[in-house]
Design a protein around this ligand. Sequence first.
Ligand code: HEC
Length: 175
Amino acid sequence: MSAFGKTVQLIGVCALMCGTVCTQSKANEDLVVSQTQNLQFETGRQLFAANCVVCHRIGGVGQTGLAPPLTSNPARYVESLEGRKQLIWTILFGMYGDITVNGRHYNFRMPAFAQLSDTDLAQVINYVAFEIAQAPKSTGTIDAKDVAAERTHLPDSDLLRKHRSAVLDSEPAVP
Ligand code: HEC
């Protein structure tokens, strides 16, 4: 084989090796990201199991006629400032009165969780939005300060539901 041929061959081998190594390191990176993400939401998952699963069921699938599924709306809430407030308010203050989720009516009482710390509330909310409802990871998470800022606002349930409709109607529903 000519020297040129050898060089070409060598370049080929190098490219191949790099390809493998690069794909490998990308895979490792993804693994680390997903492990960090899982760890990040682990406390939230435990808080959800302790406080919310009784009504919203494991994975937030909901119970017909009793508690709505949390698998879609929370992802929309975290996309906007008003939506983030809506999500925080619902969990801080609870909610009652008729609401519709995925075409089904729910009209039962969601209790208030103001007794939980700002950090715990932020964690359970992030678990709901990012793990259950699969909000895109590029959307910023909610932190304890965001929750603390809403503690003083006490919307009554009518206002809470009006605000909810305004947030959800502000863009077309995700099919
Ligand atoms: C006693 C049952 C019960 C428990 C416990 C409960 N929820 Fe709810 N949740 C409901 C009901 C019922 C509604 C709908 C309220 C209505 O009809 O106005 C609701 C509504 C919601 C909504 C609003 C959904 C939407 O589409 O706007 C979110 C978010 C939510 N719950 C999260 C949680 C989280 C997080 C916890 C635990 C910290 C929790 N819930 C605990 C019953 C419950």
